[in-house]
Design a protein around this ligand. Sequence first.
Ligand code: NCD
Length: 308
Amino acid sequence: MRHLMNPLDFTVEELDSLFDLATDIEHNMEKYAYACQGKKLATCFYEPSTRTRLSFESAMLNLGGSVIGFSDAGSSSASKGESVSDTIRVISCFADICAMRHPKEGAPMVAASKSSIPVINAGDGGHQHPTQTLTDLLTIRSLSGKLENFTIGLCGDLKFGRTVHSLINALVRYPNIRFIFISPEELKVPDYIIEMLKEKDIPFEEVIRLEDSMPHLDLLYMTRVQRERFFNEEDYIRLKDFYILNKEKMNLAKEHMLVLHPLPRVNEISVDVDEDPRAAYFKQVQYGVYVRMALILTLLEIQVDEEE
Ligand code: NCD
């Protein structure tokens, strides 16, 4: 039985097959409409989420399965003091697969070690967010036709943003990728990631000004300043509007640069960018559903034949 804790749990070849499946789903939704009939997905969310939880639920419903779960720790037995290990043992009796989000780094991993059903990490603290990374990779692959030979700028809260950490981790396995990390001094990429890049000899730069990097980017990954992970509100207020992507800055970019954002957006992308054909963040949400459908099928080892 397989779980998904980190994007690196799948090899590049396995990811290719997953993305091929997601693309087939995109073009042939009806073929998959009953693939998970009789199966249940449990969404165990100990931390707020709209997109990720509903994306998982929508994915399972699109596959003809059903969904149970909770969307905040207060309404689960965690509020009575139950451990994650006990909760997953119980959930294993109710569902066939579980997506878990938790504020503590490593919690879904603890759950996976005690689980008799596949567990998907739907975000653990400031650590990893593998299904967002699968979404990001599928979006890049579908809209630009490749997962190699590009310069990607990651901008905003690179310290606390788990989507950033997961995406860098995943991209280093593809050929000829250059990173430009754009953040204020206080929100730089953690040292362990910088060490990993140096070890692998992957080219990267750390800069503060977004404007200077714009003309060089093939992809721009914007992120929200992660208020809930700050130790004090003053720092958050000081940093929250450090970057605002607007029409003027988009004028500095390449004609085919794509703008991605895991969402939710706060102020970091002005709404006047939404109409720009390079704005890919709402398409990204749709790709998230396809890739989660593909992931559920893969982890449940369900194959859909051509004739079906
Ligand atoms: C991200 C997350 O939860 O880390 N959101 C998401 O899953 N789409 C990004 C964020 O909250 O800023």
